[in-house]
Design a protein around this ligand. Structure first.
Ligand SMILES: [Ca+2]
Ligand SMILES: [Ca+2]
Length: 247
């Protein structure tokens, strides 16, 4: 967390930033300096109750750098916690969009999973809407950039998950923790994070990506508007109320 600038030592931290209204119809976003994140805890509700076969994760992002080995957008993944990993939604070091859902195990690293990576690249320094959907009934993953489905390479490592796992890992915005315990962080801005307990269609994604939700839409499992503009809480406006803490 500590950066030395000149003679001063400052604690770089997550801060609130103004977003252009035309992008997300919302007033603030979070500015990730490269070592900060939001922790929403181990969300107990579907799609993370171990019963769901589908989910959707979406966000507006403005990446300022590609990060090696990847820039985490939203994950439920902390493999320093006994190998726990649920899902991973990130940019690769080359800027491709990646979505992975892991196979649940009791210990050790996840042995299997389903993983899709776009062959297209998310550009830097622009507000871009990104979505990942998964349907484990037919092992299908779809990735969307600005509401348009992208060509992907799909990789299934056996055994693939039969349901979205119920693990002990925390739901993070902007951070992933590797088995070694070291964190990797998003660099740039993130806004309007939405979690659904079903695989949304391109029509649904395009209809809602530029407008504010009420919070009680059917299947909406988490909704972090990131409009607080101050303080250290990121409120979940969905019925589940899994509020996040800024670190
Ligand atoms: Ca859990
Ligand atoms: Ca916002």
């Amino acid at each position: 967390m500590r950066q030395i600038i000149g003679a001063f030592i400052v604690m770089a931290s997550l801060s609130w930033a103004q977003t252009p209204i035309e992008n997300v119809a919302s007033g603030c976003a979070l500015d990730f300096p490269g070592n900060a994140y939001v922790d929403c805890g181990d969300i107990p509700d579907p799609p993370f109750a171990g019963t769901q076969k589908q989910m959707t994760i979406e966000a507006w992002i403005k990446p300022e750098n590609y990060v090696s080995p990847y820039a985490p957008i939203v994950v439920k993944y902390n493999t320093s916690l006994g190998g726990a990993a649920t899902f991973f939604f990130a940019l690769t070091s080359a800027g491709n969009l990646r979505f992975t859902v892991y196979t649940p195990t009791n210990s050790g690293l996840p042995p299997g999973g389903i993983n899709a990576v776009t062959t297209t690249v998310v550009p830097l320094n622009q507000w871009i809407h990104v979505t990942g959907t998964v349907n484990l009934e037919n092992q299908q993953m779809r990735l969307y950039i600005n509401g348009i489905e992208q060509p992907t390479s799909l990789n299934i490592v056996n055994p693939p998950p039969s349901t979205i796992p119920n693990r002990i890992d925390p739901f993070y915005i902007g951070r992933v923790v590797l088995a070694s315990g070291s964190g990797v962080y998003f660099q740039g801005q993130i806004d309007e994070v939405r979690l659904w307990n079903y695989a949304r269609t391109q029509t649904e994604i395009r209809r809602d990506m530029c407008r504010r939700l009420t919070g009680n839409e059917p299947g909406l499992a988490g909704y972090w508007r990131l409009d607080e503009c101050r303080g250290t809480t990121a409120f979940d406006s969905s019925v589940n109320g899994n509020h996040g803490t800024l670190y």
